[in-house]
Design a protein around this ligand. Structure first.
Ligand code: M6R
Length: 608
């Protein structure tokens, strides 16, 4: 989604903004722009296309002198990607410039009102309404104008705003879209996310909903929507700056896949103590765990897929009924959350608009929410009643890999903890499962070391039209993620099916040579999946199978087999997904796709 960077200080603003925006490229965007105060006026340059177009247009920022500016990468919502729809947007006299991430839901009635008062619009965006509305309320006091606008608009927004009449200030505003501010000895910064300003400062302030920040070169002031000044505590970011760099890998996605053994270790090991699982952040006593009647897991995309895996494990290991829902459905379907229902939301970014809304909806209905979140200090992390962090570090590639693996670990730990406390897992099994968990990092490493073989196989499929992934139980959940990995970065049509469901319609799409990836890691379901493989092979499919070491029977039905090391059946997802991630990655690389920044996608989906 859109990225915002702003700077006011001793340095030239444009290069700082360009550099910051480049660190936000992972969020996904289709155009970029900057506004810089040049001593007399606010100069704006913007263009559809990649950031390098803006860099060329401004000669790396050299043609936009000045120490105060705001910049933006736009992911189009209202109005097609075009120069004119790109941000920043001006008021008519070009004395106010605005960049925006989010959606102004009531922009049409506001636009009509403004038009009736003589305002003229040049773009199709909702954002331009903000520029004109600020202009309408502006009587010399920027803070007053901004807060009046905040009272009028509905929707979500993170804003960077500058006024030609107040060139010693920029403003940052937030509601339901992420925004942080930071400061060093040279100046102050606005950014949508930490990596944009990590080079300059590690001390950041997370802006809460409906707060306004006035940034000057040497200090910042925070205000409520009612213009009352407030104090805020900074948070020190302790990431290694290199964590947000490629570190010699061709793509962030490859680097992040290779970080999975560490991610799994970091999420797992601090929570294993004396052969027990200790999840302090859960904030639940054993009695409370025993009283859970149902668990609702809500998430989007890959995080949803980890929820589907968790359903099988929690129901199997803890005997608690689990319902899993995609957040965009959950929030509007009047979910029935009975007493005793625990809600778990899962999100890498902690900013996904639908997941955040689902969290709020659950809290409104009187339920406590556990957030499984990667980004420390994100909206979901702050609003959830309890937070279990996945310690995956910054994930930059749009296609998630390491955060997905970390989420699985967090969910395994929850399932085992609940199973043990509720007397569903005996001590011997529990210890056996813990041992299996501890082996996962080295097993993942081993699978990653096999990448050349997968690459050779993937190269054969760069021209594929359709690919199907099938599996049963947990293998179905793995198939969903394998399919998403392939399609989101390679643009090859792909679907995941519960293996037994394929013959209820979809099997008619199988033609000579169609690739079907069958995941068969669950011994109890092995023969059933094998039959489904035979069915598709008989109709001409080329069958790739992913199964456990030793299951050589599969070679009768498969054309190509990838074996994963033995683990507990509940944990096979963590291993089977590795070759599928590599497969998706190498198909995309083979096709020459922009692997880290796939078209139309955003890393952090902050609009619904
Ligand atoms: O940040 P979140 O985990 O809430 O994001 C959820 C989805 O948008 C995300 O998993 C998405 O599906 C990725 N592109 C998958 O690779």
């Amino acid at each position: 989604m859109c990225g915002i960077v702003g700077y006011i200080g001793k340095q030239a603003a444009a290069p700082v903004i360009l550099e910051g925006l480049s660190k936000l490229e992972y969020r996904g965007y289709d155009s970029a722009g900057m506004a810089v105060f040049n001593g007399e006026t606010i100069q704006i340059k913007k263009s559809v296309g990649r950031l390098k177009v803006l860099e060329e247009l401004t000669h790396g920022g050299a043609t936009m002198p000045g120490n105060v500016g705001i910049g933006h990468t736009r992911w189009a919502t209202h109005g097609a990607p075009s120069d004119v729809n790109s941000h920043p947007h001006y008021n008519a006299s070009e004395t106010i410039a605005v960049v925006h991430n989010g959606i102004i839901e009531n922009y049409l009635p506001l636009k009509e009102k403004l038009v009736s008062k003589g305002y003229q619009f040049v773009s199709d965006t909702d954002t331009e309404v903000l520029a004109h509305l600020i202009d309408y309320y502006y009587k010399g006091n920027p803070l007053e104008a901004i807060t009046k606008v905040m009272h009028r608009v509905q929707g979500s927004y993170a804003l960077g705003i500058m006024f030609a009449e107040h060139p010693d200030q920029i403003f940052a505003v937030r509601k339901d879209s992420p925004l942080i501010v930071g400061q060093n000895e040279d100046g102050c910064f606005i950014a949508s996310d930490v990596p944009a300003i990590l080079k300059y400062t590690r001390k950041v302030y997370f802006i809460e909903n409906q707060e306004v920040v006035r940034l000057r070169a040497d200090h910042m002031h925070f205000y409520t929507v009612d213009e009352e000044e407030i104090t805020k505590e900074p948070v020190t970011i302790d990431w290694d700056a290199d964590a947000a760099e490629k570190g010699g890998y061709e793509h962030f996605m490859l680097k992040e896949m290779y970080e999975q053994p560490k991610t799994v270790t970091d999420t797992l090991m601090p929570r294993i103590k004396d052969n027990d699982i200790v999840i302090e952040e859960l904030g639940m006593s054993d009695d409370e765990i025993k009283a859970i009647k149902k668990i609702f897991i809500v998430a989007c995309g890959s995080a949803y897929h980890t929820g589907v895996t968790a359903k099988y494990i929690i129901e199997g290991a803890a005997r608690i009924p689990v319902e899993v829902d995609v957040a965009s459905e959950f929030r509007y379907r009047k979910p029935i959350l009975e007493e005793g229902t625990m809600v778990v939301v899962i999100s890498q970014s902690g900013e996904t608009a639908d997941t955040l809304a689902a969290l709020r909806e659950s809290q409104k209905l009187g339920h406590k929410v556990l957030g499984i979140v990667n980004v420390v200090g994100s909206s979901i992390a702050r609003e959830a009643d309890n937070v279990m962090y996945t310690w995956a570090g910054p994930e930059i590639a749009v296609a998630t890999t390491k955060a997905y693996s970390a989420q699985l670990i967090a969910l395994y730990l929850l399932a085992m903890k609940f199973g043990k406390v509720r007397g569903q897992i005996d001590d011997a099994t529990f210890i056996d499962m813990l041992e299996s968990l501890k082996k996962l990092p080295s097993q993942i490493e081993m699978l990653l070391s096999n990448k050349e073989r997968i690459q050779r196989f993937a190269n054969r499929y760069v021209g594929a039209k359709d690919v199907f992934f099938i599996g049963r139980g947990i293998d179905y959940a793995i198939s969903m993620e394998g399919s998403l990995k392939l399609k989101e970065i390679s643009y090859i049509h792909s679907e995941a099916y519960a293996a037994g469901e394929l013959k209820h319609g979809t099997i008619s799409l199988i033609e000579e040579g169609t690739l079907v990836a069958a995941v068969a890691t669950q011994d109890a379901l092995f023969q059933k999946t094998l039959s489904n493989m035979v069915e598709v092979k008989a109709r001409g499919a080329f069958v790739l199978a992913v199964t456990n070491e030793g299951n050589t029977d599969i070679e009768k039905a498969a054309d190509y087999v990838i074996y994963i090391p033995k683990t507990h059946p509940y944990f096979t997802n963590s291993l089977a997904i590795i070759p599928l991630q590599l497969f998706g990655y190498y198909v995309a690389v083979g096709k020459g796709c922009d692997v880290d920044k796939p078209r139309n996608l955003a890393k952090s989906v902050t609009v619904e």
